[in-house]
Each structure stands twice: as structure tokens, then as C-alpha cells.
Write a protein that binds this ligand. Structure first.
Ligand SMILES: NC(=O)c1ccc[n+]([C@@H]2O[C@H](COP(=O)([O-])OP(=O)(O)OC[C@H]3O[C@@H](n4cnc5c(N)ncnc54)[C@H](OP(=O)(O)O)[C@@H]3O)[C@@H](O)[C@H]2O)c1
Length: 225
């Protein structure tokens, strides 16, 4: 795709991940921090970043983290917010790791960032499209239930020894937008509230005729002429 984009004189946007980092920096990672993946997925994504940059120099490498959105992940099946709300509705006890940290990201916000950067013709390179801030997965789930107004049996647990090694703390910092005169992304808490208020089941209950997700762009500054 990157070769095709270069041949067509187009920009290439490659979606990448916080898993290119080793997770040893508790305060987060800037775009140019060195990658050092700790599992095969991270290695394959870091290799993809390099291949895209080599094949199409006019590329944006956009990293996200812990994605949740209306379409869900076909590979993982749905998203963590929906999984948690379904478990709560079924009355299941829920245990979530409290010692791994990331910047959970709403896919709609990440798409919005990509459009913003493309419309403003930002220079090629690495961009962090995650929502602002960072949290542990346990704290993220606590917030899901607070916003949704449900009180399941939720307890924290340590990650312990996992079958697949994961970065401990892979919060993505967007240090580029401000330098380019563009607004920062909203926080993960604001994004989560928006998602829960607009989740597919919620919209159907409120108004079964509503099929569309609220439109993009209301928060984006106008592109330069
Ligand atoms: N999920 C996360 O939390 C997360 C976090 C950070 C970054 N990301 C990145 O975000 C992107 C999407 O992830 P996701 O979790 O949303 O995955 P997903 O829903 O499983 O989406 C993957 C997409 O890639 C397509 N695909 C997979 N293998 C393919 C192949 N060999 N050839 C052509 N198309 C192929 C799939 O097509 P089909 O639907 O037809 O199979 C699907 O549309 C990935 O680049 C991932 O690295 C994800």
C-alpha cells in the first residue's frame, strides 16, 4: 500500500500501536522515543512502520492505544467497554489488572486526529493519535461503570506472569500537535463519556430510528485555505 501511495503521489497513513514501546517509561512516550517492542505483535508493527517510511517517505505513522469504538475490533471481537458492560449485565464478578497502564483511545477521536493532520498538511513522520492522559485497565473499567451507572463486583488484580509479555506502561504523548498550532486531543475520560452516551445499544434504546453516529468535525479547526 505504501508503494502504491508513493506511485500515485499520495500520502500513506499507517496505523500503529503503543506496543512498539517496551513500557518502561511510566510518564509516557513521545513520538521520537526509540522503539523497543517486547512481543511479536510489537515487532511486526515496528517493522511495518519502518517499511512504510522507506517505501513512501510522505507517510504519517499514527500510533493508537487500547482502541474502543462503534465498529469494534474484528480480530478481538467487539471492544473492552462493551465486554465489561455485558459482564456487568450478566452479574459476573470482574477482575482487571491494575498495574498495566495505557492511554485508552476512542477510534472516532483517532480518525478525527488523522483528518485534522491531513487537512493541515502536517509534515510526514510519527504522530500519536491516542486520547490524552493515561490509566490502568482497572481504573479504566471503574470509570466505565461509573459513567454507565452500574455497580458490578469489580476487583483489581496484578498482571502477574502472562502468556504474552506486554508493555507495563505505554502512554502515548502527542508532542507534535501543539508545535504545529493544532489543538490537543480530548482526554480519555471525555472520550469514554462520549462513547458511552453514544454507544450503539444506547442510541437504539433512545431512538430506534437513529442509525448514524454523530458526525465528525465539529471540534476540528478549519483547514488552511
Ligand atoms: N485494537 C487495539 O486496541 C489497537 C491498539 C493500537 C493499535 N491498533 C492498530 O489498529 C489497527 C486495527 O486494529 P483492530 O484491533 O481494530 O483490528 P481489526 O478490527 O481486527 O481490524 C483489522 C483489519 O485489517 C484487515 N486485515 C487483517 N489482516 C489482513 C490482511 N492480511 N490483508 C488485508 N486486510 C487484513 C481486517 O480485515 P477483515 O475484517 O476482512 O478480516 C480488518 O479490517 C491495527 O493496525 C492495529 O495494530 C489496535
Amino acid at each position: 500500500m505504501a508503494e502504491g501511495a508513493r506511485a500515485a503521489g499520495s500520502r500513506c497513513v499507517y496505523i500503529s500501536t503503543d506496543y512498539v514501546f517496551d513500557g518502561e517509561q511510566p510518564h509516557g512516550y513521545a513520538e521520537d522515543d526509540p522503539v523497543n517492542p517486547v512481543n511479536l505483535y510489537g515487532v511486526s508493527k515496528a517493522a511495518g512502520e519502518l517499511a512504510v517510511r522507506n517505501s513512501c517517505p510522505d507517510s504519517l505513522i499514527v500510533r493508537g492505544s487500547g482502541l474502543f469504538g462503534h465498529a469494534g475490533s474484528s480480530g478481538k471481537g467487539g471492544n473492552l467497554v462493551e465486554t465489561m458492560l455485558a459482564k456487568a449485565a450478566a452479574g459476573e464478578p470482574i477482575q482487571v489488572v491494575d498495574d498495566q497502564f495505557a492511554a485508552p483511545t476512542c477510534t472516532r477521536d483517532m480518525a478525527d486526529r488523522i483528518l485534522l493532520w491531513l487537512e493541515h498538511r502536517v509534515p510526514p513522520g510519527v504522530y500519536h493519535g491516542a486520547n490524552r492522559g493515561g490509566t490502568s485497565w482497572y481504573q479504566f473499567c471503574r470509570r466505565i461503570f461509573e459513567i454507565a451507572g452500574v455497580q458490578p463486583d469489580l476487583t483489581p488484580k496484578p498482571a502477574g506472569v502472562q502468556e504474552v509479555r506486554r508493555p507495563l506502561s505505554s502512554i502515548l504523548l502527542d508532542t507534535r500537535s501543539e508545535r504545529l498550532g493544532l489543538p490537543p486531543n480530548r482526554t480519555w475520560e471525555d472520550a469514554l463519556s462520549w462513547y458511552i452516551e453514544n454507544r450503539p445499544a444506547q442510541r437504539q434504546e433512545q431512538d430506534p430510528t437513529r442509525g448514524r453516529i454523530p458526525s465528525l468535525g465539529a471540534r476540528r479547526p478549519a483547514p488552511p485555505p
